[in-house]
Design a protein around this ligand. Structure first.
Ligand code: AMP
Ligand code: MG
Length: 494
């Protein structure tokens, strides 16, 4: 008997009207087999150390157990600024929601499952390289401490997938607290289905923000406004984290924005190597719409698109007022994160100038973003030259470092004692990762996996699960990237 059968399973999304989705069976593939399984995540649901064969039966024979009710979600969205009504999940199926051992519900979603009514020109499949990148991206993000979707496991098959070349197809089981995107709301707004829009808002509140439910049945408008405020807050928090940890999402279309502010749809994303604020990770993003330093503004743009879709439910003026809190919240959270990365817990005049000067110096001197902060966190054990050597012009870094160290001497602990270097550094190492998912590391494990060797993938996942730990045996994962690894081109093709 499959362990899945014993899990609490909800089909709350399938219970919505037909306008929300289409029921679709996955299209079988040849010889599906597991290549990786997220045992720690599985354990939180009471699933086994190794995957059971129910998924193989589903994908080889098309045999669907009755506790799953696969469906493709309908949504729309703004892609690169243009509204596209003809979206919907073109290659992913929602199988239901399962509860973890704490009783929290997670959608079970299968990416690469075959054609759906929303596949448009696509084939409904996902290739191995992009599936590995999503797996790695979500594991890395979760371990760093940001909200994200999760990868439970990955299968490959012998069914070829045609992109620029013939590639191996893969299937990813993704878990997420929700698969509802900004684009779900946009779909019902632009098609004039305002009863469904209202129902969607009611369900989002019921499932994801129950604390906002008012005791009386009416009026609903303040509840919907409070829901929007929560979405703003979470989105601002997510993007502040991206900016502070050097993460470029790559395709911030509104159909890739989770209403829970969780990093969603890992496509051509990248963590920065050198600090380049204008970095564009998506080779197909010719205008740089989703460049690294555009992300906060795009978050606002996307929330504006969501606000537009909520106008049948909430007064426009109220939505606009709520939107104004976005930038304030994002800046506050970003500043909190950067201050803790610098080990500055108390506010002092001149702090923001110190931080701005640093970012400018880092950009001018092509400094590795992650290594800089980690080395700054190790000044109790290592000489300052290791920090300045990261700068092209090392002399230019020295005045900043002197000023920073003088500023650190003003930090006191709760008893008024000056905080020691060791105390400061110990705290900083908890927020400045030693290990980050660099593009070249992902590329190396992808190349091995394409040759059938998944050991390097397992190894990299193990390292990324403890990004703040020293892990001296894995030091080579923490080195500067090789020159070839800095200029890999990642396209939207996936
Ligand atoms: P993405 O850029 O991956 O977020 O995808 C945008 C839209 O295109 C979504 O509706 C996807 O489901 C759909 N899509 C992406 N790739 C494929 C594919 N290979 N086959 C069918 N639909 C796809
Ligand atoms: Mg998407």
């Amino acid at each position: 008997m499959s362990l899945w059968q014993q899990l609490p399973i909800s089909h709350r999304y399938a219970a919505l009207p037909q306008s929300f989705y289409t029921r679709v069976m996955p299209t079988p593939v040849d010889n599906p087999r597991w290549v990786t399984w997220n045992a720690p995540l599985a354990a939180s649901f009471g699933l086994g150390e190794t995957p059971d064969d129910i998924w193989q039966q589903i994908f080889s024979k098309g045999a669907m157990p009755d506790y799953f009710q696969p469906l493709a979600m309908k949504y729309a969205g703004h892609q690169f600024g243009a509204y596209n009504p003809a979206l919907g999940d073109g290659r992913g199926l929602l199988f239901g929601a399962i509860a973890d051992q704490q009783g929290r519900w997670f959608d079970v979603h299968l990416k690469g499952a075959g054609l759906t009514p929303y596949s448009r020109m696509g084939d409904g499949r996902a290739v191995l390289r992009s599936t590995i990148r999503e797996y790695l991206g979500s594991e890395a993000m979760a371990a760093l401490g940001n909200q994200t979707t999760w990868a439970l496991g990955m299968m490959v098959s012998d069914t070829p997938v045609y992109r620029e070349r013939v590639e191996q197809g893969a299937l990813l089981i993704r878990l997420a607290e929700t698969h509802i995107r900004f684009g779900h709301f946009e779909h019902f707004f632009y098609t004039g289905q305002h009863d469904d829009l209202r129902l969607l808002a009611d369900k989002v509140v019921e499932w994801h923000f129950p604390e906002l439910e008012s005791s009386s049945a009416s009026p609903r408008e303040p509840v919907y406004l409070a829901m929007f405020e929560q979405i703003i807050k979470r989105t601002a928090g997510m993007i502040a984290f991206w900016q502070a940890y050097g993460f470029a999402h790559g395709v911030m279309n509104t159909d890739n924005m989770s209403i829970l502010g969780q990093t969603f749809d890992y496509g051509p994303f990248a963590f920065l190597d050198d600090y380049d604020p204008h970095f564009i990770c998506n080779h197909s993003d010719y205008q740089g719409r989703y460049a690294f330093d555009m992300q906060p503004g795009i978050g606002w743009w996307n929330l504006t698109a969501l606000a537009q879709a909520l106008t049948p439910l909430v007064d426009k003026g109220e939505l606009e007022t709520a939107l104004q809190t976005y930038t304030v919240q994002l800046n506050q959270e970003y500043s909190r994160l950067i201050r803790s990365k610098l080990g500055l817990q108390q506010r002092r005049d001149g702090d923001s100038e110190l931080c701005d000067a640093l970012l400018k110096l880092m950009a001018d001197n092509r400094v590795d973003y992650t290594l800089f902060f980690r080395r700054l966190s190790c000044l109790d054990q290592q000489p300052p030259e290791l920090v300045t050597s990261l700068f092209e012009n090392q002399a230019a870094a020295q005045p900043w470092l002197r000023q920073y160290l003088a500023r650190c001497e003003q930090e006191t602990d709760s008893t008024g004692q000056v905080r020691t270097v060791a105390q400061r550094c110990q705290l900083m190492r908890q927020v400045n990762p030693k290990y980050i998912l660099r593009n070249y590391l992902a590329q190396q494990v992808i190349e091995a996996a394409e040759q059938g060797d998944f050991q390097p993938l397992e190894q990299l996942i193990t390292v990324l699960r403890a990004p703040y730990d020293e892990q001296p045996q894995h030091q080579h994962y923490a080195e500067l990237p090789p020159a070839w690894g800095k200029c890999l081109e990642i396209s939207c093709s996936s």
